[in-house]
Design a protein around this ligand. Structure first.
Ligand SMILES: [Zn+2]
Length: 247
C-alpha cells in the first residue's frame, strides 16, 4: 500500500471509536477497575466471614458482629492499600515529569533531537521526524515528551484519593450483600440464600472485570464464581470445626 492509497482512505483522521484514547480514560478506567475489585473483595471476604460464623454458631448477634467487623476492617484495608499503591505510582510519574521538564529547560536542543529520534525509530524519515518534533514541541513540549518517552499523559495522572474512595465504597457495597442475606433471612434459608446471592454477584463482577481487559467474559465469570465457592466451602468447614471444638 502506498501513501497515496492511505490518504485516499475514507476513515476520518482521529482515534478509532472502539479504542480508548480520550483524555481522562486512564483515570476513569483505574477508578472503575478499583471499584469492581473492591466490590469483588467485599463479597468474597464478607461471605467467608458470615458463612464461617454460621458454621460455628446459630447466634444471630455473633454473626452480625463478625460480619460488621469484617466489613469495616476490609473497607479500611482496601482503601488504605489502594491509596498507597496509587500514590506510589503517581509519585514516580510526577518525578519523571519533573525530570523531563528540567531537561526541556536546560537542554532544549538535545531534547528536540531525542524526540525526533523516537519518531525515526518509529519509521519516519529524519526530515519528517524533525518536522513533527518541532511542531509538537511548539504546541506542548512536555506533553509530547511525556507521551513519546514515558507513555504518560500529564493531564491524566491518577488520583490516589479517587481510587481509595472507590475501593472503600465498593468494598462496603459488596460486603453488604452477604451480610444482609445472612442476617435478615430466616435461619432455614440464610446459608443457601447467601451462597446463591454471592454466586450471582460474583458472576456480575467477573463479567465486569473481563470487560476492562477485553478478555473472555465466560472464563472470567467461571473463575470468579469458582474462587468464591471455594472460599465459602473452606470458611464453612473452618467455622464448623471451630464451632464443634469450642462449643
Ligand atoms: Zn525528553
Amino acid at each position: 500500500m502506498t501513501a497515496r492509497d492511505l490518504s485516499d482512505a475514507d476513515a476520518p483522521i482521529g482515534p478509532h471509536p472502539d479504542e480508548p484514547h480520550q483524555t481522562g480514560l486512564n483515570n476513569r478506567l483505574n477508578w472503575l477497575r478499583a471499584a469492581v475489585l473492591g466490590a469483588n473483595d467485599g463479597i468474597v471476604s464478607t461471605a467467608g466471614i458470615v458463612i464461617g460464623a454460621v458454621g460455628a454458631t446459630s447466634d444471630r448477634s455473633a454473626i452480625v458482629i463478625a460480619g460488621v467487623a469484617g466489613l469495616a476492617a476490609g473497607a479500611m484495608s482496601m482503601g488504605a492499600g489502594e491509596y498507597v499503591s496509587v500514590s506510589t505510582q503517581r509519585d514516580s510519574e510526577l518525578a519523571l515529569l519533573d525530570k523531563e521538564r528540567r531537561e526541556l529547560r536546560d537542554e532544549p536542543d538535545e531534547e528536540l533531537a531525542e524526540l525526533a529520534g523516537i519518531y525515526v525509530d518509529k519509521g519516519l524519515d529524519e526530515e519528517l521526524a524533525l518536522e513533527v518534533a518541532v511542531a509538537l514541541t511548539k504546541k506542548d513540549a512536555l506533553g509530547a515528551h511525556a507521551e513519546a518517552e514515558l507513555g504518560i499523559d500529564p493531564d491524566d495522572i491518577t488520583s490516589p484519593w479517587n481510587a481509595a474512595m472507590a475501593s472503600t465504597i465498593s468494598f462496603t457495597i459488596g460486603a453488604l450483600l452477604p451480610l444482609l442475606t445472612m442476617t435478615l433471612a430466616t435461619p432455614a434459608v440464610r446459608l443457601w440464600l447467601t451462597v446463591a446471592a454471592v454466586v450471582v454477584a460474583l458472576a456480575i463482577t467477573g463479567w465486569a472485570s473481563a470487560r476492562f481487559g477485553y478478555g473472555s467474559a465466560r472464563r472470567a465469570v467461571l473463575r470468579n464464581v469458582a474462587g468464591g465457592l471455594f472460599a465459602m466451602v473452606v470458611t464453612y468447614g473452618i467455622g464448623s470445626a471451630l464451632g464443634t471444638q469450642i462449643g
